[in-house]
Design a protein around this ligand. Structure first.
Ligand SMILES: Nc1ncnc2c1ncn2[C@@H]1O[C@H](COP(=O)(O)OP(=O)(O)OP(=O)(O)O)[C@@H](O)[C@H]1O
Length: 302
């Protein structure tokens, strides 16, 4: 079977003075933002800052005041065209009862793409599609749902990729593979990834937009230096053994005992790792981190 994807459109998103009010609650307050081809945006902010609402506006799900343009189109008036070209991983998986196999076929038909490619991404993330394809989507674990939704979003042609807290439920190996998959599509599209923690996504992006109470409070370009596919080999020496540290470093997949520990950290996880280490500053007697491309087991998610 051949698949003819809808014509590509310009990977560009523009918000002009966009406001959104739920009853009397002003959730977006005059947002203006232009996102261009090649930009990978971390949309960060505390709970309730308005990140998901902004995304729902650009997907054409909500009415709003102001103007939103996605690939030159009004997403409200052109929802099906926009959704056919925008890959989306939602924060909360929809409670769908349909079997996983049907969901993938349905999603592929909506965006005129080959379901096999979605299955390939899902399996790359570590799911055995043959075993889950007859299960109702709603019965999958949180991580399995997220892997399925990532597969659907990445396993299709798209000019714009929107991900709302996509890595929250992924196991460590899947996180590493997911970073690889994002690295592959790095340059010619637009990516928006939301998180309430910048350290989670800092290494994946080249621009940070922070929201607070429905406004953009920071818009910064960041150095595009971290190799998303790299891993760092790390050796740690402590001044003394510590039970709490041993537990935490064990959760990162490190091996060792007492005062000596070693393990691998995903390149994009390095900031999170250092944040964790900073809690134990007084204990650290020595630290060596060396970037490499090893394929050894990596540091698990905390
Ligand atoms: N459908 C809705 N009806 C009414 N209020 C809503 C609706 N969706 C969001 N809100 C409110 O809008 C505000 C912003 O919510 P939003 O989900 O956009 O924040 P967020 O930045 O994505 O937060 P989080 O990091 O917790 O996901 C919150 O006060 C929320 O209660």
């Amino acid at each position: 079977m051949t698949f003819t994807p809808p014509p590509a459109f310009e990977p560009r998103i523009v918000f002009e003075n966009v406001s959104k009010t739920f009853r009397r609650n002003r959730v977006l307050d005059g947002i203006s933002l232009e996102i261009l081809k090649g930009e990978r945006i971390a949309l960060v902010g505390s709970n309730g800052a308005g990140k998901t609402t902004l995304i729902r506006c650009l997907l054409g799900e909500y009415t709003y005041d102001g103007t939103v343009s996605v690939g030159g189109l009004d997403p409200r008036a052109n929802r099906s065209v926009v959704l056919a070209r925008v890959g989306f991983v939602p924060q909360i998986p929809p409670p769908l009862k349909m079997p996983v196999g049907e969901l993938v076929s349905f999603a592929a038909s909506v965006c005129h793409s080959d379901p096999k490619e979605m299955v390939r991404v899902i399996e790359e993330l570590g799911l055995d599609f043959g075993r889950i394809r007859r299960l109702p989507f709603v019965k999958l674990s949180g991580g399995m749902k997220q892997k399925t939704l990532i597969g659907i979003a990445l396993g299709r042609p798209s000019d714009i990729l929107i991900m709302d807290e996509p890595a929250a439920n992924l196991d460590p190996e899947a996180r590493h593979i997911f970073f690889h998959q994002l690295a592959e599509r790095k340059d010619d599209s637009v990516m928006v990834i939301t998180s309430h923690r910048l350290d989670e996504v800092a290494a994946l992006v080249n621009r940070v937009v922070e929201m607070d109470m429905g406004r953009v409070v920071l818009d910064d370009r960041v150095a595009d230096s971290v190799d998303m596919t790299s891993r760092m080999s790390c050796d740690l020496k402590l001044v003394r053994a510590d039970e709490a540290f041993a537990r935490t470093i064990g959760e990162w997949g490190f091996e060792g005992a007492g005062t000596r520990w070693s393990g691998m950290v995903n390149g994009p996880d390095r900031l999170r790792f250092m944040c964790m280490l900073s809690r134990y500053t007084g204990l650290i007697a020595g630290l060596e981190m060396v970037e490499g491309k090893e394929v050894a087991p990596c540091a698990p998610e905390i």
